[in-house]
Design a binder for this molecule. Structure first.
Ligand SMILES: [Fe+2]
Length: 156
């Protein structure tokens, strides 16, 4: 689990940086901090139950909103995160090239909540909606609601 902690520590520093750089934000940065950590835990457990590498899942879940962290914007944040997240992961020196490839693909596709992607992508999407739900947020898109309904009751 040490890699996750190191990744999250680096991510917290990124958040500090972008909070000053981009003060106008669709979601306040404390939400990003909580959501990043919370999704990583949910993703880890989902991955264990689905036979997916739990560490890899926790990494992908932790960074999935990187695009919004960088731009401050909700609209198109999944796609916007692809390239900067790849650079961030490379800079971290924590991951292999293959791991980075899989993580950034899950980042890029995580907003496609009505589509079914790779097992890793599905874990990121599921962790995202579960975390939204557990913090009492309402969904802005029907596909998010539909996904949550399919997940409840959650089997871990
Ligand atoms: Fe997102």
């Amino acid at each position: 689990m040490k890699r996750l902690l190191r990744l999250q520590s680096l991510l917290l520093r990124e958040m500090e940086h972008y909070e000053l750089l981009v003060p106008e934000r669709d979601k306040f940065m404390d939400w990003e901090r909580v959501h990043m950590s919370s999704c990583a835990r949910i993703g880890y457990l989902l991955a264990e139950s689905r036979g997916v590498d739990p560490d890899l899942a926790s990494f992908a879940c932790a960074v999935h909103d990187y695009g919004r962290i960088v731009t401050g914007r909700q609209k198109g944040h999944a796609e916007a995160g692809y390239e900067p997240c790849r650079e961030f992961l490379e800079r971290s020196r924590l991951f292999t090239g293959e791991e980075i490839k899989q993580i950034v693909l899950a980042v890029k596709n995580h907003s496609k909540k009505s589509e079914v992607g790779s097992a890793l992508e599905e874990i990121v999407k599921d962790a995202d909606v579960i975390d939204f739900y557990q913090y009492g947020f309402s969904f802005s898109r029907e596909e998010q609601e539909e996904r949550l309904k399919r997940l409840l009751p959650i089997r871990l």
